[in-house]
Design a protein around this ligand. Structure first.
Ligand code: LCS
Length: 372
């Protein structure tokens, strides 16, 4: 715009009409143009076009949080008495949303490990209107073969929604694998600097136009122009940041596997990538590693307390290395029995490798593990 390299921030809530008749035409959809920033904003529009291009979808929509994106999509895809089939592991608040939808609107859900075609098919019901998966799953880093899920979903004419937060379009593009809708908590790698809460959705024009005019417009979880601008800035460095996150995570995963106090390491390029025949799905393993320690909840907490360089914090995908205890933090809302079934034990720790020198990250983690 006016030759500006960086998109300007259109920090405006509303747009003036030259005449009352123009206002009428805009509201009637007979004339292109902005009306009100909850319905559309030029800075936000640039962000939506860029995420659609990166994910190879027709249209993008931006939201004020990842959860605003998840809820707008799930509410748009369901009505009372419908059913959602989910990966056997989801971010805690997504689980919370599904529980609320079940309690208030009788929209039921089931979980499937989705490791075989049978495990998917047997959970699909006549009232299933959506398949919702995370891969890698937060926080167990289990993977789901998206091509297999998409193939089966097509037979039943059910849309597949993929939460691509952990991978980003740099590492994995679900739409190219046959899935229908992609969601991001852009708070994570897309923003990349720990300074914004935001969500993104990409998919076909028909469905996204419907979301824009219903669950986005009327529930009102759109993004602010400034937050959109922060994401546009973050996106510019996405590939180099992702490669560094992956380099660091690969090194830390390797070191963790050799540590006597660590009983299991979950990281895509090592433990569970080739098993399911999905080498091609992710370009690299991503920046998040989960691991189990030989000890109790108290030991897990004392490990975190011993760290000096690594920050104890939820979220992921930031420049700083962050560590958390899913069972008592991000996934604490999931009832214990269900949580353990998902593989979220009290021994499980999640680490988001930052952009620092990997030696500094490992030095701190190693000294804390040794003291545990
Ligand atoms: N989807 C996934 C996979 C997530 O990890 C999160 C947040 C969300 C959706 C929701 O996004 P938000 O509304 O926070 O932008 N995950 C978090 C986590 O693991 N730690 O803190 C937040």
């Amino acid at each position: 715009m006016l030759g500006s390299l960086t998109p300007p921030i259109f920090q405006t809530s509303t747009y003036t009409f030259t005449t009352a008749e123009q206002g009428e035409r805009r509201f009637a959809g007979e004339e292109e143009g902005y009306i009100y920033s909850r319905l559309g904003n030029p800075t936000v529009r640039i962000l939506e076009e860029r995420i659609a291009a990166l994910e190879k979808g027709e249209r993008g929509l931006a939201f004020s949080s990842g959860m605003a994106a998840v809820s707008a999509v799930l509410i748009a895809l369901t009505k009372a008495n419908d059913h959602i089939l989910c990966s056997s592991g989801l971010y805690g608040c997504t689980y919370g949303l599904l529980s609320m939808m079940k309690e208030k609107y009788q929209i039921s859900h089931d979980f499937s490990v989705m490791d075989t075609e049978k495990s998917i098919r047997e959970k699909i019901k006549p009232e299933t209107t959506c398949i919702y998966v995370e891969t890698p799953i937060n926080p167990t880093i289990r993977l789901i073969n998206l091509e297999v899920v998409a193939k089966i979903a097509k037979e039943f004419n059910i849309p597949v929604v993929v939460d691509n937060t952990f991978s980003t379009p740099y590492l994995q593009r679900p739409i190219e694998l046959g899935c229908d809708i992609v969601i991001h908590s852009a708070t994570k790698y897309i923003g990349g600097h720990g300074d914004v809460i935001a969500g993104l959705v990409v998919g076909k024009n028909d469905f996204l136009n419907h979301v824009a005019m219903t669950t986005q417009k009327d529930i009102g979880g759109g993004i602010s122009p400034f937050d959109a601008w922060l994401l546009l800035r973050g996106m510019k460095t996405l590939p180099i940041r992702m490669d560094r996150h992956c380099d660091n995570a690969e090194k830390i995963a390797e070191k963790l596997e050799q540590h006597p106090k660590v009983t299991a390491v979950y990281y895509p390029s090592r433990s569970n990538r080739t098993e399911q025949g999905i080498d091609q799905q992710m370009k690299r393993g991503g920046g998040v590693i989960s691991f189990e320690i030989d000890g109790s909840k108290k030991d897990a907490q004392s490990l975190l307390n011993q760290l000096a360089f690594i920050k104890i914090a939820v979220s992921l995908g930031d420049a700083e290395t962050l560590i958390e205890h899913p069972a008592t933090m991000t996934h604490a809302v999931i009832p214990e029995e269900k949580r353990v079934e998902m593989g979220i034990t009290e021994q499980l720790i999640r680490l988001s490798a930052g952009l620092e020198a990997w030696e500094d990250i490992w030095k701190d983690l190693n000294q804390a593990l040794n003291k545990m």
